[in-house]
Design a protein around this ligand. Structure first.
Ligand code: G4P
Length: 525
């Protein structure tokens, strides 16, 4: 089955079309410990991007401080900065956006998904759908991007695959269509059956290592009985019959609309089922998609260069206290040193020193195509959501802000540092590290900070101290939900806000209501 034109050397394609069609830009969404690092590593191995298994894990474990504030990262042994990895596979160019997913879960995690054209949802077979997976899934769902599911750790005992399918439907509201079907799990895991190509992929355990073997097979034949054993073969036939009769068909359009999720099973650690996933993912996932601007859709094949800034990262290089703006290319071709226009600031900017990033290592890029991510180092020139373009100015629409879930009042400890304090929080807010809220009709001296992940509070205090020399004190508040309220002045005046709420305003003066409980919020809504 093919849902999109594969990369082709078709001489009728222009270079731009060829480069667009062979690109895939995606993110892996998962809950901590589901195996994202392990899977990423295996994907990179197929791309030849790393020489040795273990390299990504090594990075995860042996964090090197690449700047002062990353000292915090080192102390906590976690990754605060997310990375963008580009690797080739089978004539394609894959851009893998890494989403921070541990305690360092933050707005950045969500924002990264705005730059992706599809997502790979990774699920631990024993744990099923976990909280962070659920949150990330909903962001993908809202964007309507295709979501592929990989059920990992099949070499360990887990939930019944049919039960996992039901869980996806009940918890996430998405129907899954198994592209491969597992045969057993844990010690009894024998491999997977590829329903599209009608092939068995056998999981063979060797002495400490594992291998796999592919067998083209007619399930009715006795060969399957002797390969799997009669009981496992019967169970497989029964399961497949059930899926054929009662399961959802794999309709490519529904996959592309994010209405159904193609489902895979395997074991990242033993590198089983990963290549199968990768090859089918490339076939079924979309190349870079058009994006909506105020002047209509912008298509990747268009010749003008256009992109949007989805993430700003500060101080990755201690020698240049710089900020990198991560830009996703939407159309045209990016060339080093080109001059482009920022519609928000109404300024032309020469895009010098563009960078491609592999974790903390940088490499200068000469050119980039739709789907690619580049890091721009122009100080202060970009803000989150900015559109950068050549030709007639335009702005992409719908760059979302995500509702924070933790709130605290930040106080400056030393009056003489007032200016630095204001400058620091303003810059961190522009970077999108934090959202600022204020008491209504009051001086904006002590903002209420809103963050998506708790660890962001520590990051903010740490950075204010190390970069601006400002000591701060943080008072947590009991609020966990925020909603922007709109309505006529009378409606707002007369609304009954209830207890457990607090009305504040955002940096632009819009009314925001903070709630202690989800119940209270739903009641008011
Ligand atoms: P994460 O990035 O999503 O947090 O997960 P990570 O890849 O670090 O994997 C979490 C743990 O799960 C690791 O074990 C890893 O080896 C294990 N794991 C990943 N994939 C599989 C799999 O297919 N089968 C099995 N059995 N285990 C898997 P750990 O003991 O926490 O770390 P490590 O010492 O192995 O690195």
């Amino acid at each position: 089955m093919t849902t999109t034109a594969p990369a082709s050397t078709d001489s009728k394609l222009t270079e731009q079309q060829y480069e667009v069609r062979r690109r895939r830009t995606f993110a892996i969404i998962s809950h901590p410990d589901a195996g994202k690092t392990t899977l990423t590593e295996k994907l990179l191995l197929y791309g030849g991007a790393i020489q040795m298994a273990g390299a990504v894990h090594a990075k995860k474990n042996r964090r090197q401080a690449t700047s002062d504030w990353m000292e915090l990262e080192k102390q906590r042994g976690i990754s605060i900065t997310s990375t963008v990895l580009q690797f080739p596979y089978s004539g394609h160019v894959l851009n893998l956006l890494d989403t921070p997913g541990h305690q360092d879960f933050s707005e950045d995690t969500y924002r990264t998904l705005v730059a992706a054209d599809s997502a790979l949802m990774l699920i631990d077979n024993a744990k099923g759908v976990e909280p962070q997976t659920k949150k990330l899934f909903h962001v993908c769902r809202q964007r309507g991007i295709p979501i592929f599911t990989f059920v990992n750790k099949m070499d360990r005992p887990g939930k019944d695959p049919l039960e996992l399918m039901t869980e996806l439907e009940d918890v996430l509201g998405i129907r899954s269509v198994p592209v491969v079907w597992p045969i057993g799990d844990g010690d009894l895991f024998r491999g997977v059956y590829d329903r599209l190509n009608r092939q068995l992929h056998l999981f063979e355990r060797g002495d400490g290592s594992t291998a796999s073997r592919t067998v083209e097979t007619d399930l009715t034949g006795e060969a399957v009985d002797s390969l799997l054993g009669k009981a496992a073969a019967d169970k497989l036939r029964e399961d497949l019959e059930l899926l054929d009769v009662a399961g959802e068909p794999l309709v490519p359009e529904k996959v592309l609309m994010g209405e159904i999720t193609p489902m895979f099973f395997g074991s990242a650690m033993t590198n089983f089922g990963v290549e199968l996933l990768l090859s089918k993912f490339i076939e079924m996932s979309p190349p870079p998609m058009p994006r909506l601007s105020e002047k209509g859709d912008v298509f990747p094949e268009e010749s003008e260069f256009r992109g949007f800034v989805f993430k700003i990262q500060a101080n990755m290089d201690p020698n240049h206290r710089d900020r990198i703006a991560f830009l996703r290319v939407v159309s045209g071709r990016f060339e080093k040193d080109m001059t482009a226009f920022n519609a928000r600031s109404n300024k032309s900017i020469r895009l010098t020193r563009p960078q491609k990033l592999f974790a903390a290592e940088r490499e200068t890029v000469e050119e980039a195509y739709p789907g690619d991510i580049i890091g721009l180092t122009n100080p202060g020139a970009f803000q989150l959501g900015d559109t950068v373009c050549t030709g007639p100015a335009l702005r992409f629409q719908g760059f979302p802000r995500f509702a924070p879930e933790h709130f605290a009042v930040l106080r400056n400890r030393k009056t003489e540092k007032y200016k630095q304090f204001q400058k620091g929080i303003q810059q961190l807010s522009e970077e999108g590290v934090v959202q600022l809220f204020h008491e209504r009709n009051a001086a904006r001296t002590e903002p209420i900070l809103g963050v998506v992940g708790q660890l962001q509070f520590e990051v903010i205090q740490f950075r204010l101290l190390s970069e601006y020399g400002v000591e701060t004190h943080l008072d947590r508040t009991p609020y966990s939900f925020a909603r922007w309220a709109t309505g006529t002045p009378e409606a707002i005046q007369n609304a009954f806000w209830g207890s457990g709420t607090r009305r504040v305003e955002d940096d632009d003066g819009h009314l925001v209501v903070l709630f202690e409980s989800e119940w209270g919020m739903n009641y008011l809504i």
